[in-house]
Design a protein around this ligand. Structure first.
Ligand code: 5GP
Length: 122
């Protein structure tokens, strides 16, 4: 758990385009952007999935949204709007097991957010 790629980014063992950091969180640009603006806000505490969030983590997880909104405001796309996504496990499309809030902006988002038939309906 502690050696996911995101822990390595927190520890500066691998590089990332970091746009914000505080005691609780780190935000950096997604290496494979899915929108003109696409960054991730992660807790420094390694929490594997949404399912692993404990009662004591509630303020940490809420902080991720606070940081997302603060950066959207500072970067100038808060008013036009944006999408936040946190994927959970296989069916949610999670690939890195350290929770992260995707922040996507700079284009009009579609809904529903998937393009393929969900596995659950196959
Ligand atoms: P997930 O699929 O788990 O919801 O999202 C993981 C995200 O992390 C993906 O959008 C992927 O592009 C991004 N990602 C994976 N490895 C790295 C990396 O080494 N650096 C950065 N900046 N993003 C990464």
């Amino acid at each position: 758990m502690s050696d996911t790629i995101f822990s390595k980014i927190i520890n500066r063992e691998i590089s990332a385009d970091i746009i914000f950091e505080d005691d609780i969180s780190l935000a950096f640009k997604d290496v494979n952007p899915q929108a003109p603006i696409h960054f991730l806000v992660i807790p420094k505490k390694p929490i594997a999935t949404i399912n692993a969030i404990t009662e004591e983590d509630r303020l940490v997880v809420g902080h991720l949204f606070y940081v997302a909104a603060k950066l959207a405001d500072e970067m100038g796309f808060a008013e036009e709007g944006y999408r936040t996504v946190m994927n959970c496990n296989e069916f949610g499309g999670q690939s890195v097991y350290h929770i992260h809030l995707h922040v996507l902006g700079g284009k009009l988002m579609g809904w529903p957010p998937y393009t393929d038939k969900p596995k659950a309906l196959e």
